[in-house]
Design a protein around this ligand. Structure first.
Ligand SMILES: [Zn+2]
Length: 328
């Protein structure tokens, strides 16, 4: 089982949270914010466990009935608030239902916890409804608002929460954590690198993604002339599910290519195709910078509903231009 100690590097407040929840001295609302995969949800769960644990000694014990029920998401006093099925947002009706339940005496415990894994999904009306509750919070109830985008919450809500910020780990610390979780040294290194120190993200990286990185970089950096562009666009233009991922991967690849050019040896074995390595050797840093800017612009094009084919084509044309300038 994970413990508070596992998250010490990710937030400065972990020790305080452990002490507060173990001694039932928590405040009524916490805002846990930071990038994906930095431990926000796991820490909220540990806090709820520490508050409700009935074990002896260090809390949470992970073994008692309440701890086990929280670990299996079946504790009746720990509610997870999500959008309704088939909806993207948490509307005011969802919130009212949950808050009505909180008003009822707790089933078995001295505290209740409401966890909002994506708090930014609350509509403004739902946020206002929550705000009223936070102004006069029910006794022994704790709200965990979790988000990557604290700016999407009303400032009046944020001001009523104790804000706990989460950060990615350094690459080395991330690697150490992954090895402690049972990964091989090589796998840990590769994943820590791709996830930029976010342990949860590193664990979520699948082999499919790694294989796709190799394929995408192989295809993209084999574009040496403008006449090569169309065939590569055609490989990806109909695969809607992967198009955002392809841009994400390309962005990561170009970042690593630039680091490699700067002598940081960041292109991990098993991630990048040979074509990407030869691009890194052929084109100067200024070329890679121009490519990075092109990818940023392509993302903006996608956000304003330009077709993937056009956005992707502009990136590939840039690569062919650079190859033309710097003979390979
Ligand atoms: Zn316990």
């Amino acid at each position: 089982m994970l413990s508070f100690e596992d998250f010490k590097g990710q937030s400065a407040h972990i020790g305080q949270l452990k002490a507060d929840f173990s001694s039932h001295a928590f405040v009524h609302a916490y805002l846990l914010c930071g990038p994906r995969g930095t431990g926000k949800r796991s820490v909220a769960r540990l806090c709820a466990m520490a508050a409700l644990c009935r074990g002896e000694g260090d809390k949470p014990c992970g073994q008692c009935g309440p701890c086990r029920r929280i670990l299996s998401d079946t504790h009746p006093d720990v509610h997870t608030v999500l959008p309704e099925k088939s909806k993207q947002t948490i509307g005011v009706s969802v919130l009212r239902d949950v808050l009505a339940e909180v008003g009822v005496k707790s089933f078995e415990a001295a505290a209740k916890a409401l966890v909002f894994p994506e708090a930014e999904r609350m509509t403004p009306a739902a946020q206002n409804c929550l705000l009223k509750t936070l102004e006069e919070p029910p006794q022994d109830t704790v709200f965990f608002l979790i988000t990557e985008q604290p700016g999407a919450l009303l400032p009046t809500i944020v001001s009523r929460c104790r804000v706990i910020r989460f950060h990615p780990l350094s690459q080395q610390d991330c690697e150490r954590r992954l090895i402690a979780l049972g990964l091989s040294a090589q796998d840990a290194r590769r994943r820590a690198h791709m996830a930029e120190g976010c342990v949860g993200q590193a664990l979520a990286i699948d082999e499919e993604r790694l294989a796709l990185m190799e394929k995408v970089t192989g295809d993209v950096f084999s574009v040496h002339r403008s006449s090569d562009v169309l065939s590569v666009v055609n490989l990806y233009k109909d695969d809607k599910e992967r198009q955002k991922l392809v841009m994400d991967l390309l962005e990561t690849a170009v970042r690593d290519i630039m680091l490699e050019m700067a002598g940081k040896a960041s292109m991990e074995e098993g991630c990048y195709a040979q074509q990407a390595r030869s691009y890194a050797r052929t084109v100067p840093l200024s070329g890679a910078l121009a490519l990075a800017a092109k990818i940023t612009r392509a993302r903006m094009m996608l956000a304003s509903n330009v077709s993937f084919a056009s956005a992707f084509e502009s990136v590939l044309l840039k690569i062919s231009e650079e190859y033309a300038r710097w003979p390979w």
